[in-house]
Design a protein around this ligand. Structure first.
Ligand code: ARG
Length: 577
C-alpha cells in the first residue's frame, strides 16, 4: 500500500502546486494525510482538503475538484469528490496482484519497512528483582519489551536484549535471614521456585505482620536482613556463596517462563555488576559540580526541571538505583555504541527514568538524547490488585499453567484426537494471556478476565491462532498453488487483499509509538477479513482454476502475514489445532 500511496501522493502534490507553486507541501506530507475511510462507501483511500484551504485560499471542495480533474493511476478504479474529500476506489485486481507479488518476493520479510539498517538499539526489559517471585506484574515489561525488540529486529536494526536482573539489594538479606531460620539446602533445591516464594512470603509476613494469619509484626527481622545484606556488601564469603546460589535458582525458575514465551536475551548483566563502576560516575558528577549534600545524602538538584532531586549516594555512602542505572547506561554505550537505548518498565518508574535521564544530560554525555523510557499501566486479575509482599502473589508460572489447563479442557471437546495436545494447549494458553495483554494500548490499566482471554470466540489469542491454523490446513489440503491468471471476483477477496497490504504501515506505526498493541489489533483485522473471505468464498472447491488459484494465493499470503505478525508479539505459530 505504501508504494500506491506514494504514487498517489506525488500526483496530488503536483496538482496542489499547479494551484499555488509556493505551497509548502511534500509528497510525504500528503501520504501521511491520506486516510482510510471508516466506511467502504466512501472509498478505500480519502484525501481531506480542509487543511489546504488556508494555504491555497480556496474552498476545500474546489481543491478536491482540482485534484480530481484528470487524475489517473493504474491502482485507482475510480475517484470522486464528496464535500471536501477526494475519495479513491482502488482496483481489487491491481491491489491483489501487487500485494501477492510483494508477499511472494519478501516472504518472512514482508511487512518490514527496512529502516533500521546499520543502527543498533539496546532493550532493557523484563529485568525482575531476583529472590522475589516472578509475578503477573512482570508480564508487561517482558512481553512489551520483547515485542519492541522483535519489531526493531524486523525493521532491520541490530538489537541487543538485556535482562538487567535485580541481583543485588536488601531482598537478598531478607531471603538469607529466612533461609537461615526456616530453610535448608535440600528443601530449597528440591522445592525450586515454590520454596523460594514460600521463604520470601514468610519473611515479609514476619517483618510486617499479617493480621489475617495472626502473625505479629517483628521489625527486628528487617534489621537482621539489612545486616545480612551489609555483610554481602562487605564481601562476607558465606553470604556471597548463598547469594550466588539463590541467584542461580531464581534465574533457572525464570528461564522456564522465558522458554514458554519463546524469549531469549543477549545479556544478563544485572545490577550487581555495577557496584565497582559507580564510583567513576559519582566522581564525574562531583567534578561537574552537580552533587549537593542534603541531610548527609548526595543528590542532584533538579528543581529547575520541576522534578524532585535525584539521589546519588545514601547517607551511609551506599549507592542507589539511579546511580546504578547511570553506570549501566554508560557501560552499554561503550559496549554496543547504541543509536537508541530503550527501557521498558511500569509507569510507576517514569519519574525515576526522567530524573536520571536528565542527570545524564547534565553530565554532558552526548548520548543522553538516545535514552527512551517506555512505560505501561497496571495489571490486575478479575479486579484483584496484585501485591508481591503479601501471600497474594500471582506467579506467571501459575497463570500460564491455569491458562494451559483451561485450554486443554476446551480442546478435549473440540479436537480430542490431536497429537501433541498438551504442548499445543500450553502454547495456546500462554498465547491467550499474551494476546489479551498486548491487544490493549500499553498505558491502559488492565484487568484480566480469564474466561474472556481464553475464549475461542471473540477477539482473543485462541481465535487468531485458530485462524492461522485454518489457513494452514486449507493449504495443506491443496496441491501447491499453481500459476495462472488472477481472478478477483468478490468484495471479500478485495477486502482481504487490502488489509494484507497494510501490514508495513502498521509495523511503522507500532515502531513510532512503541505500541505492540497496533500489531495485535492488526492481527485481529486480518483474522476478521480472512474469516469473512473463508465463509463467503469457496476456496478448494472453486470451479474456475484462476479463481481457485487466486484464493489459494490469498490464503497463503494470509498465512505469511499472520505468521510474521505473530513473531512480532510472542505468539507461537501453530499449524494444527
Ligand atoms: N529490577 C527493576 C524492578 O523490578 C526493574 C529494572 C528496570 N531497568 C532499569 N534499568 N532500571 O523494578
Amino acid at each position: 500500500m505504501q508504494t500506491i500511496k506514494k504514487r498517489i501522493a506525488e500526483q496530488i502534490v503536483e496538482k496542489v502546486h499547479a494551484i499555488n507553486s509556493e505551497a509548502e507541501l511534500s509528497a510525504q506530507d500528503v501520504a501521511a494525510m491520506l486516510e482510510y475511510p471508516p466506511d467502504a462507501n466512501m472509498g478505500d483511500l480519502a484525501f481531506p482538503c480542509f487543511k489546504l484551504s488556508k494555504i491555497l485560499r480556496r474552498a476545500p471542495v474546489q481543491i478536491a475538484q482540482a485534484i480530481a480533474d484528470g487524475f489517473s493511476d493504474e491502482a485507482v478504479e475510480r475517484a470522486e469528490v464528496v464535500g471536501g474529500y477526494f475519495n479513491l476506489y482502488l482496483s481489487g485486481e491491481y491491489l491483489t496482484c501487487h500485494m501477492l507479488s510483494e508477499v511472494s518476493k519478501k516472504g518472512a520479510r514482508y511487512g518490514s519497512p527496512e529502516t533500521g539498517e546499520g543502527r543498533t538499539v539496546v532493550f532493557d526489559y523484563s529485568s525482575p528483582n531476583l529472590a522475589k517471585p516472578f509475578h503477573i506484574g512482570h508480564l508487561g515489561t517482558t512481553v512489551i519489551g520483547h515485542s519492541l525488540r522483535k519489531l526493531h529486529e524486523f525493521a532491520g536494526y541490530k538489537c541487543v536484549g538485556i535482562n538487567y536482573v535485580g541481583d543485588w539489594g536488601t531482598q537478598f538479606g531478607k531471603l538469607i535471614v529466612a533461609y537461615k531460620k526456616w530453610g535448608n539446602r535440600e528443601t530449597v533445591e528440591n522445592g525450586g521456585v515454590d520454596a523460594l516464594v514460600d521463604l520470601y512470603v514468610r519473611i515479609n509476613n514476619a517483618i510486617s505482620g499479617n493480621a489475617e494469619l495472626g502473625i505479629p509484626a517483628d521489625p527486628a527481622l528487617a534489621d537482621e536482613a539489612r545486616a545480612e545484606f551489609c555483610k554481602m556488601e562487605q564481601g562476607d564469603e558465606e553470604n556471597l556463596a548463598l547469594w550466588r546460589w539463590l541467584v542461580k535458582l531464581s534465574l533457572k525458575a525464570n528461564d522456564e517462563i522465558y522458554a514458554q514465551l519463546g524469549i531469549t536475551f543477549d545479556s544478563y548483566k544485572g545490577e550487581s555488576n555495577y557496584t565497582n563502576e559507580m564510583p567513576y560516575q559519582v566522581q564525574k558528577l562531583r567534578d561537574a559540580g552537580l552533587l549537593k549534600l542534603d541531610d548527609g545524602a548526595s543528590i542532584v538538584d533538579l528543581s529547575e526541571y520541576h522534578m524532585p532531586p535525584c539521589l546519588i549516594l545514601k547517607r551511609d555512602g551506599s549507592s542507589l538505583y539511579p546511580t546504578r542505572d547511570i553506570a549501566a547506561a554508560y557501560d552499554r554505550k561503550q559496549l554496543y555504541d547504541f543509536d537508541k537505548s530503550v527501557y521498558v518498565t511500569s509507569a510507576g518508574q517514569s519519574l525515576h527514568f526522567a530524573q536520571w535521564f536528565k542527570v545524564v544530560e547534565l553530565m554532558g554525555y552526548d548520548w543522553a538524547d538516545k535514552l527512551v523510557h517506555v512505560p505501561y499501566g497496571t495489571v490486575s486479575i478479575n479486579g484483584a490488585k496484585l501485591a508481591t509482599r503479601t501471600g497474594n502473589v500471582i506467579l506467571l508460572r501459575d497463570l500460564f499453567a491455569l491458562a494451559a489447563e483451561k485450554v486443554a479442557g476446551i480442546m478435549e471437546e473440540k479436537s480430542p484426537n490431536l497429537p501433541d495436545k498438551e504442548k499445543i494447549a500450553e502454547q495456546i494458553g500462554v498465547g491467550a494471556i499474551v494476546f489479551y495483554y498486548l491487544s490493549n494500548t500499553r498505558m491502559k490499566d488492565i484487568n484480566f478476565v480469564m474466561e474472556d482471554a481464553l475464549s475461542f470466540e471473540g477477539n482473543t489469542g485462541p481465535y487468531v491462532q485458530y485462524t492461522y491454523a485454518r489457513a494452514c490446513s486449507i493449504l495443506a489440503r491443496a496441491e501447491a498453488p499453481v500459476g495462472g491468471k488472477l481472478a478477483v471476483s468478490t468484495p471479500e477477496e478485495t477486502a482481504l487483499a487490502k488489509v494484507l497490504s497494510m501490514f508495513e504501515e502498521k509495523v511503522c506505526e507500532a515502531l513510532e509509538t512503541y505500541e505492540p498493541s497496533v500489531i495485535a489489533r492488526y492481527i485481529l483485522s486480518v483474522a476478521a477479513a480472512f474469516n469473512r473471505f473463508y465463509h463467503n468464498c469457496t476456496i478448494l472447491g472453486a470451479e474456475d482454476e484462476n479463481v481457485k488459484n487466486t484464493r489459494l494465493l490469498l490464503t497463503d499470503a494470509t498465512k505469511t502475514v499472520l505468521g510474521n505478525a505473530f513473531d512480532l508479539i510472542c505468539l507461537k505459530k501453530i499449524e494444527k489445532i
